[in-house]
Design a protein around this ligand. Structure first.
Ligand SMILES: Cc1cc2nc3c(=O)[nH]c(=O)nc-3n(C[C@H](O)[C@H](O)[C@H](O)COP(=O)(O)OP(=O)(O)OC[C@H]3O[C@@H](n4cnc5c(N)ncnc54)[C@H](O)[C@@H]3O)c2cc1C
Ligand SMILES: *[C@@H]1O[C@H](CO)[C@@H](O)[C@H](O)[C@H]1NC(C)=O
Ligand SMILES: *[C@@H]1O[C@H](CO)[C@@H](O)[C@H](O)[C@H]1NC(C)=O
Ligand SMILES: *[C@@H]1O[C@H](CO)[C@@H](O)[C@H](O)[C@H]1NC(C)=O
Ligand SMILES: *[C@@H]1O[C@H](CO)[C@@H](O)[C@H](O)[C@H]1NC(C)=O
Ligand SMILES: *[C@@H]1O[C@H](CO)[C@@H](O)[C@H](O)[C@H]1NC(C)=O
Ligand SMILES: *[C@@H]1O[C@H](CO)[C@@H](O)[C@H](O)[C@H]1NC(C)=O
Ligand SMILES: *[C@@H]1O[C@H](CO)[C@@H](O)[C@H](O)[C@H]1NC(C)=O
Ligand SMILES: *[C@@H]1O[C@H](CO)[C@@H](O)[C@H](O)[C@H]1NC(C)=O
Ligand SMILES: *[C@@H]1O[C@H](CO)[C@@H](O)[C@H](O)[C@H]1NC(C)=O
Ligand SMILES: *[C@@H]1O[C@H](CO)[C@@H](O)[C@H](O)[C@H]1NC(C)=O
Ligand SMILES: *[C@@H]1O[C@H](CO)[C@@H](O)[C@H](O)[C@H]1NC(C)=O
Ligand SMILES: CC(=O)N[C@H]1CO[C@H](CO)[C@@H](O)[C@@H]1O
Length: 640
């Protein structure tokens, strides 16, 4: 019987799916912290009662409650919440970190030594990563409480920071916060690491759910579900890239994370998309998710998977954070570790002693090879500096430089990586461009990653900087079609002094293989992209709010700003997690053809608008009435 022999030999090789120990989401236990849930019956009649859908009042309040207004919950109601949360250090009322730098404020906590510490550490991670409310982008808070550095205004107020924080350590805490915010009409935000580049982990007059403490990681062995069979990890909502990279490396595995090791994986990263040095081989962060647990706006703790709450499962994987619910954990794919080669390349007008035109021919040559590089599984990061040391404003003497830092050849030896890029190196040589180049090979991915990407240094974004991004599709880097137009656009932007930080990757559906019958909600433009390119623009520090807005609008939509890249990439989009809050037609740019379906799912699971994220799904129905009309979270949230 040949067929039996065949299957026996396959089993002997361990190749038959399902033969080795496999699990699926019905077999993976919840984390202990997820088993601690509120029973709706026990909290009926309290401030955190569940939404049983029986309310007959269809008139929704126009605005969220606001401190100082009559509708803001009284102290005894907050006290009731604290009691129901049943623990010390659960309901917090945190002051901004820099409040210690300001004498005579309502916080009354001026402390010169503590201020010196905050001031010194301000640009590093330590101030904000373990802080309940400090964000990576203070600009979107409203800059109401800064350490005494140039550009800082005096005084200190709560501004766009949340007022209360639930420091969650159980699913019950999450349920309580969601129910309380819904019942009391209080604005709800979620902070994980605070990396969001549009201030979406902030909100004036809000209650914040702080997920940083949910850092459990469990290896669940071989996981099997239609569309995936292989190793997997279950990760709590607070797990950061550095934690899971290490846990995976310890098991000779790799996982998809970004280039910054402090970004939270199940938070904004996996929910907004998630690009990675592994993306040309394994797709997006959202493609890794096999199943997840989430507390929805009605307070219910749910599983979303290919077989349960499938619409929610589709939407959360790419539809954006703080929109459909609070994720408490995800099960994500892992892959066998492999030899990894890395390289860096630098060339510049001054450094390589070449003409400006030669520089741009070389830079065009680099982009023209992205299709070939990514088809060989290479991913990379590049920087285009308009002029070293003087990034601000137009400069006729600009001496641009490009730095590829690094190019990853995951699964490649050094000779293989060299061979993969040799045609491009030959072209650079024939153009007469001398580059500084480094090469290295590592036995596994983890040391290769850290050889290039330092444990994160970037702790705070400059306050005088705006940015926008664009996904560059294949045709726009193809010499036969759009490359000239793309390079012309790049050049006009660089000539104005704008710096670029871009990524080379091809996270196609075939590489990502998301589970579920209809894939996931990742912006479709990602699937045809060869690059996600971010462009940064700095305004003079003494600009008034009106001047800032004029500058930012001009960059976002003026004819010499990001419009140039939109014109060079017709039909493409922009990565919501590293984007401009002023992006025009954000629904199309960040969600593409998925928008209508995402909005339907949003309205199904969150009919009362408990969750809100600026530029998120459904955000067009709301407006933050910010101080100075700047695009910040420093103001009351109202329906429009
Ligand atoms: C220095 C730096 C480097 C970066 N590098 C990369 C990169 O290489 N690749 C990449 O793709 N992106 C990168 N990003 C962007 C990053 O992915 C986004 O900022 C992402 O939103 C961060 O998610 P977070 O959960 O860590 O951050 P947060 O700011 O805490 O949260 C981001 C958003 O998700 C929501 N959210 C958080 N947790 C949950 C939850 N459990 N349930 C529901 N909603 C939640 C928040 O409310 C907020 O709207 C980088 C950002 C920075 C600042
Ligand atoms: C998972 O599957 C692989 C390949 O089928 C096998 O080598 C490995 O031992 C399995 N691991 C576990 C924990 O079952
Ligand atoms: C219905 O809700 C609105 C908005 O919150 C409120 O003003 C009104 O009093 C409510 N009506 C009833 C009958 O409760
Ligand atoms: C409150 O916490 C205490 C101590 O952790 C625990 O014994 C008790 O059961 C908790 N009560 C409720 C209602 O969760
Ligand atoms: C948040 O909760 C955790 C777990 O209970 C606790 O260890 C930590 O100290 C709390 N953080 C703050 C700032 O209170
Ligand atoms: C803080 O302000 C108070 C009142 O204005 C003043 O008396 C005190 O000297 C100030 N402290 C410092 C350290 O400046
Ligand atoms: C600030 O204080 C923290 C904790 O107290 C400490 O770990 C850190 O090193 C200090 N930083 C500086 C710059 O002094
Ligand atoms: C998951 O495992 C359960 C229990 O073994 C089984 O009944 C179910 O069919 C499996 N589901 C999938 C999608 O494999
Ligand atoms: C290479 O590095 C050297 C030393 O840092 C520097 O002087 C030179 O300008 C660099 N050349 C290029 C092309 O980057
Ligand atoms: C730079 O190039 C020019 C002409 O190509 C040459 O004359 C000059 O010597 C070079 N300078 C250096 C420092 O190499
Ligand atoms: C990439 O370029 C090399 C060298 O020109 C070529 O041999 C290879 O076929 C190309 N690969 C793809 C997928 O185009
Ligand atoms: C792009 O520009 C080059 C020279 O600048 C020209 O030879 C080529 O034909 C152009 N390609 C297209 C598709 O227009
Ligand atoms: C106030 C502020 O953030 N200023 C920054 C403006 O941008 C430059 C260039 O990144 C920074 O060096 C300044 O700190």
């Amino acid at each position: 019987m040949p067929s039996l022999l065949l299957s026996l030999s396959l089993l002997a090789l361990g190749a038959a799916p399902g033969f080795c120990i496999t699990t699926n989401n019905t077999e993976v236990d919840l984390f202990d912290f997820e088993k601690q849930q509120f029973d709706p019956a026990t909290v009926a009649g309290t401030a955190i009662h569940f939404d049983d859908g029986t309310s007959t009042n269809t008139t929704l309040p126009t605005c969220k409650a606001f401190p100082g207004h009559l509708d803001w919950p009284k102290d005894d109601v907050w006290h009731e919440l604290a009691t129901l949360l049943n623990g010390t250090n659960v309901l917090l009322k945190p002051a901004p970190a820099s409040s210690v730098c300001h004498n005579g404020t309502a916080y009354n906590n001026y402390d010169a030594a503590a201020c010196a510490n905050i001031t010194e550490g301000w640009a590093t991670e330590f101030v904000r990563m373990d802080h309940p409310i400090e964000p990576v982008s203070p600009l979107f808070e409203g800059l109401t409480c800064l350490p005494p550095t140039p550009g800082a205004s005096g005084g200190c107020t709560q501004g766009g920071y949340p007022v209360y924080v639930v420091n969650v350590s159980t699913a019950a805490h999450v349920q309580a916060a969601v129910n309380f915010a819904r019942n009391q009409n209080v604005r709800l935000v979620i902070k994980n690491t605070g990396h969001d580049l549009s201030g979406k982990s902030l909100g004036a007059g809000s209650l914040s759910i702080w997920t940083h403490g949910l850092n459990n990681i469990e290896y669940v062995g071989n996981y099997s579900v239609e569309g995936y069979s292989g190793p997997a990890f279950k990760v709590g909502a607070g797990v950061q890239a550095k934690d899971i990279l290490k846990a995976a490396a310890d098991r000779k595995l790799m996982v998809v994370t970004g280039i910054c090791d402090s970004v939270g994986i199940p938070g904004g990263y996996s929910q907004g998309g998630g690009h990675s040095p592994l993306s040309s081989q394994r797709g997006m962060g959202a493609d890794q998710v096999l199943s997840l647990q989430v507390v929805t706006a009605d307070g219910q703790f749910r599983t979303a998977s290919p077989t349960e709450n499938t619409d929610l499962f589709w939407a959360i994987r790419g539809g954006g954070g703080s929109t459909f619910g609070v994720v408490t954990s995800m099960i994500i794919k892992a892959f066998p570790d492999s030899t990894t080669a890395v390289a860096t390349f630098d060339w510049g007008v001054r450094e390589s002693n070449i003409s400006l035109d030669t520089y741009w021919h070389g830079t065009a040559s680099y982009f023209a090879h992205f299709a070939n590089f990514t088809s060989q599984g290479l991913s990379g990061q590049f920087f285009l500096y308009p002029q070293e040391g003087r990034p601000q404003g137009a400069d006729p003497d600009a001496k641009p430089r490009t730095s590829v830092a690094p190019l990853f050849g995951v699964g490649k030896t050094l000779p293989q990586l060299k061979a993969a890029v040799q045609p491009w190196l030959d072209e650079m040589q024939s153009l007469g461009i001398q580059m500084n180049t480094t090469w290295a090979e590592f036995p596994s991915f983890y040391p290769a990653y850290y050889s290039q990407l330092a444990p994160t240094s970037l702790g705070v974004m400059p306050y005088n900087m705006t940015y926008g991004s664009r996904l560059i599709p294949r045709a726009s880097f193809d010499r036969a079609t759009g490359l000239n137009a793309t390079m012309a656009a790049f050049r006009v932007l660089a000539d104005q002094g704008h710096m670029f930080n871009g990524f080379q990757l091809a996270p196609t559906l075939e590489t990502g293989e998301p589970v579920g019958t209809d894939g996931n909600a990742v912006l479709p433009a990602w699937r045809d992209a060869l690059s996600h390119t971010i462009v940064f623009a700095l305004w003079p520090e003494d600009y008034s709010p009106a001047q800032q807005m004029a500058f930012r609008r001009d960059f976002a939509t003026g004819s010499r700003g990001m419009e140039l890249l939109r014109d060079a990439t017709p039909g493409s989009g922009s990565y919501m997690s590293e984007s401009d809050r002023l992006e025009p037609n954000f629904q199309e740019a960040f969600f593409g053809k998925n928008y209508a379906r995402l909005l339907t799912i949003k309205q199904k699971y969150d009919p009362h608008g408990v969750f809100f994220a600026s530029t998120g799904v459904g955000s067009e129905f709301w407006k933050v009435h910010s101080v100075d009309d700047l695009p910040t979270e420093n103001g009351q949230l109202c329906r429009v």
